[in-house]
Ligand binder design. Structure first.
Ligand SMILES: Cc1ncc(COP(=O)(O)O)c(C=O)c1O
Length: 307
């Protein structure tokens, strides 16, 4: 499949969609992005909560002071055009970036471009790379103790900007070398925040579903969806600060993201979570979200936007 990437209204061949090595977004990490899942089911092809994803992208630009010339509806239309142009895609990556060649941290030419790619990560990227991809069915997680979560007074965790991923990358890379699949970060006061590219939920000893407050984390669209599903299922939930101890003693832990939806955590720091298998609440939420993606959930089918 020859993929085409939408760049400012034109479709460009996959291999030609490049930026200069000295571009500001590349050198300073000023690229804002979004990653949106596409689901195929018996009723057709659907983009998941595209409005919420684009809203978050625009909010990230605003918070970071990165200018963008597009309106929400123009971006949504462009996302749909890109998915139609690239059949069989499973995800959309939308990037807002300063493509100009710059010398200062403050760009002389602060104009952004927008690129939208729709692809199948397995076929279009993973299989084409030289080294094997790390993947795991049993998720072993390291609770990171040295490097803390993104901080409000450095770069707000709500901004989905490339620069925000450097610190978790360093911590996760180290954990990988030590045999773990994933990490969970805490804030500087040792309260649980999120994983590098996922939000974290626990079921605590009292059976209450918990996740960090939205001041502390990226506003994950999957997190938002799981909260709505949990409310609908009548699951007792408490959103707020989670001391690290509560995570370590949790009966169930799972992480949520557009790439894996609900991903149960089997062990923390080498010790099993519960009996080491996905717990009851985790499976209720995981299966319900899966039903939504299959177009089999009357209440939340509205989250699927037909292509
Ligand atoms: C820091 C961070 N937290 C959470 C998430 C999960 O967000 P979503 O559910 O919208 O994919 C992501 C996604 O990339 C992320 O980068």
């Amino acid at each position: 499949m020859k993929r085409k990437i939408w760049i400012d209204g034109e479709f460009v061949e996959w291999n030609d969609a490049s930026v200069h090595i000295l571009s500001h977004s590349h050198q300073r990490g000023s690229l804002i992005f979004g990653f949106i899942p596409i689901f195929e089911n018996e009723n057709g092809t659907f983009i998941f909560r595209v409005d919420k994803h684009i809203e978050r992208l625009l909010k990230s630009c605003l918070m970071a002071g990165i200018p963008i010339d597009y309106m929400e509806n123009e971006l949504i239309d462009a996302v749909f055009d890109t998915v139609k142009e690239n059949p069989g895609s499973k995800f959309i990556k939308i990037s807002v970036y300063i493509a100009s060649i710059e010398i200062d941290v403050v760009p002389q030419d602060p104009f952004t471009k927008v690129a939208i790619a729709a692809y199948d990560p397995q076929k279009d990227i993973i299989k084409k790379n030289s080294q094997p991809f790390h993947s795991s069915k049993q998720l072993s997680v390291w609770i990171e103790k040295e490097r803390h979560q993104r901080r409000q007074d450095i770069i707000e965790p709500q901004i989905k900007i490339a620069a925000n991923y450097t610190s978790p990358m360093m911590a996760k890379w180290k954990a990988r070398k030590n045999g773990y699949d994933e990490i969970i970060l805490t804030d500087s006061e040792d309260y649980v925040t999120e994983a590098p590219t996922s939000n974290v939920f626990i079921v605590n000893q009292g059976g209450v579903l918990r996740t960090a407050h939205e001041d502390e984390v990226l506003h994950g669209i999957t997190r938002m969806s799981i909260i709505e599903i949990a409310e609908d299922e009548g699951i007792e939930m408490n959103i707020g600060r989670i001391p690290r101890r509560e995570l370590e003693e949790a009966k169930e832990v799972f992480i949520t993201s557009s790439s894996h939806l609900v991903y149960p955590v089997n062990s923390l720091d080498g010790k099993p979570v519960g009996n080491g298998k996905a717990g009851k609440t985790t499976m209720i939420l995981k299966n319900r979200l899966l039903r939504v993606t299959e177009g089999k959930d009357n209440k939340f089918n509205k989250w699927l936007c037909p292509v």
